[in-house]
Design a protein around this ligand. Structure first.
Ligand code: ZN
Length: 253
């Protein structure tokens, strides 16, 4: 998708795979699967270590260090997960080639909310996220003082953004919308994921210019998603990260 002039390439389906490449910053957010474009990114910013966000890491490490020799290789993870993830990749079978090419201890970096990470022609700032495992959101900007172009919320409950709307102050916010169907609002709350109706309620108070619903369910009914939002006419324009993008932004003033 072209999001406010920034190309974002990837996949995001709840429980299966989430991985976004932002070639402008030579950066990926999450690595639930790998692809040629994702493998070319020098930095991977992880939101958390659930399998649908990390399953492509071994492929990225292998492909990036072999096919993009001379490029930096860096994996930034929630600080609490640095040690266990390093240990896992240290004992992963037949990853010897990667371990010869890079020092995993140096490649894997821990981050906490508020930390910044220098990127190619930009900077990433770690944000808090409301999820049951150690988690971060990521804001990507051209400089430390610039408004973020993109914010990736990671997985988590939208109630955090009621309390701290400034977290999603960006040109574009890409958020977790794992639940859409009418009867699943309690399930969304219990699992600390976003529900389309939560985002619809929050939308008039949001500071981003464009809201992108990602991490949508595999059995999404696009019409049901559109119905959730059709009553609301204020707030950021809306798009959905889906194989056939559902855009209702034209309904907004
Ligand atoms: Zn997930």
């Amino acid at each position: 998708m072209d999001l406010a002039g920034v190309e974002v390439v990837g996949t995001s389906i709840a429980a299966l795979a989430t991985a976004f490449a932002v070639p402008r910053y030579r950066t990926a957010v999450d690595m639930g699967r790998c692809s040629q474009t994702l493998a070319a990114q020098d930095t991977v910013l992880l939101t958390h270590c659930h399998s649908d966000h990390v399953a492509g890491l071994v492929a990225w490490l292998s492909a990036h260090t072999r096919r993009h020799t001379g490029r930096p290789t860096r994996l930034v993870v929630p600080a609490e997960r640095r040690e266990p993830l390093t240990r896992a990749l240290t004992v992963w079978p037949d990853l010897d080639g990667v371990r010869r090419r890079v020092d995993l201890e140096a490649v894997i970096v821990g981050a906490r909310p508020g930390d910044t990470v220098e990127l190619a022609s930009g900077v990433a700032r770690a944000l808090p996220a409301d999820h049951p495992v150690p988690s971060l959101g990521w804001a990507l900007a051209d400089s430390v003082t610039a408004r973020p172009r993109l914010v990736f919320s990671g997985d988590g409950a939208p109630r955090l953004y009621h309390e701290q709307p400034e977290l999603l102050d960006a040109d574009v916010a890409i958020v977790d919308c794992s639940f859409v169907s009418e009867g699943s609002r309690v399930a969304a709350r219990l699992s600390a994921h976003g529900h389309a109706a939560d985002w619809n309620d929050l939308r008039p108070h949001m500071r981003c210019d464009e809201l992108v619903l990602a991490h949508l369910p595999a059995d999404l009914d696009p019409e049901e998603l559109s119905r959730t939002f059709e009553l609301r006419s204020t707030g950021p324009t809306l798009a959905a990260w889906w194989p056939a993008p559902v855009t209702t932004g034209s309904e907004s003033p």
